[in-house]
Design a protein around this ligand. Structure first.
Ligand code: GLU
Length: 293
């Protein structure tokens, strides 16, 4: 554990109720915290105010407590406005951001997309010197550099964010902070030394490393991206697709230990179908963690 960055975090977005995919993610976070000696922060990622709902925020805490999780610190991104503004000011002073007035439609029509359907913004507004007005997005000037980083589970990566996403947005045209920006600022400010999250976010890592270094972060976090649970059709469980929620399962009379046991079995953490308390599930996963470095 790095004493300057003693936290890892579980960072759900309150855009739906928690489902089994979240339990798996939380198990990985807590198992890594235990194995490597980090404290756990619950961070509610409600930067996307168009999709976050207060009832989901309350349900995150309630469902986690019902499952048996407890945490050392808690924060919510909607109270980080000042922190985000300050970080943006710093990037402005360094000349690392610019204003962009490309509409969503125009952006899609005039830029390539990567394998995940994400825009690779080609810097159309980079030299236009548009004013930093509220109607414009703010983009980060990505470098040409290759970012080399190591994942505790997946090993070494050498990636060029310029090819993965180009100049990505930090704030969108509706004034909302983006996931990439909010997470890089918060992981730095909240002394996160270990980032544990699903493999679906692995492509965000190189750009977040470059952004946090631009923000002045001298020591990178360690990263571990865990496998995801898929549904019967092989698709990742997602709140948006209305996967069964934890509270839905609870209402049918299921016990927390039954759900946790089933998640561990589905994810291959447990070899037999058995009920598991949260602590036993965490301990079981800890025995299976064999970091690559
Ligand atoms: N808020 C993100 C999610 O719910 C996780 C962000 C992260 O762990 O970096 O998928």
């Amino acid at each position: 554990m790095n004493p300057d960055y003693p936290y890892t975090r579980f960072a759900p977005s309150p855009t739906g109720y928690l489902h089994r995919g979240h339990i798996l993610s939380a198990l990985w976070v807590y198992a890594c915290a235990k194995k490597f000696g980090y404290k756990v922060r619950l961070r509610i990622e409600d930067h996307d105010k168009s999709r976050a709902r207060p009832e989901y925020i309350d349900s995150i805490r309630e469902d986690l407590e019902w499952l048996g999780f407890s945490w050392d610190a808690e924060s919510i991104q909607s109270s980080h406005e000042e922190r985000f503004e300050k970080a943006l000011e710093l990037l402005k002073e360094k000349g690392l951001v610019y204003s962009c007035n490309c509409s969503r439609k125009f952006t899609f029509e005039n830029n390539p997309v990567n394998g995940e359907g994400e825009i690779i913004y080609q810097g159309l507004c980079r030299e236009r010197n548009l004013p930093f007005s509220r109607e414009n997005a703010i983009r980060f000037k990505i470098s040409d550099k290759t970012v080399e980083w190591d994942d505790l589970r997946l090993g070494h990566f050498a990636e060029r964010p310029a090819e993965q996403c180009g100049d990505f947005a930090l704030r969108d045209r509706t004034g909302l902070w983006t996931y990439q920006f909010a997470v890089a600022v918060d992981d730095f400010e909240e002394k996160v030394g270990l980032v544990v999250r699903g493999e679906d976010l692995r492509n965000s890592t190189a750009r977040q490393i470059e952004l946090s270094e631009a923000l002045g972060r001298a020591q990178r976090p360690l990263f571990l991206h865990h496998p995801l649970i898929t549904d019967t059709t092989g698709k990742k469980l997602s709140k948006r697709k209305k996967s069964t929620s934890i509270r839905g399962e609870k209402q049918t009379g299921k016990k927390a230990e039954e759900i946790i046991g089933e998640v561990c079995f589905e994810a291959g953490i447990s070899k037999k179908q058995e009920q598991l308390s949260i602590n036993n599930a965490i301990s079981l996963l800890v025995t299976q963690l064999t970091p690559k470095f």
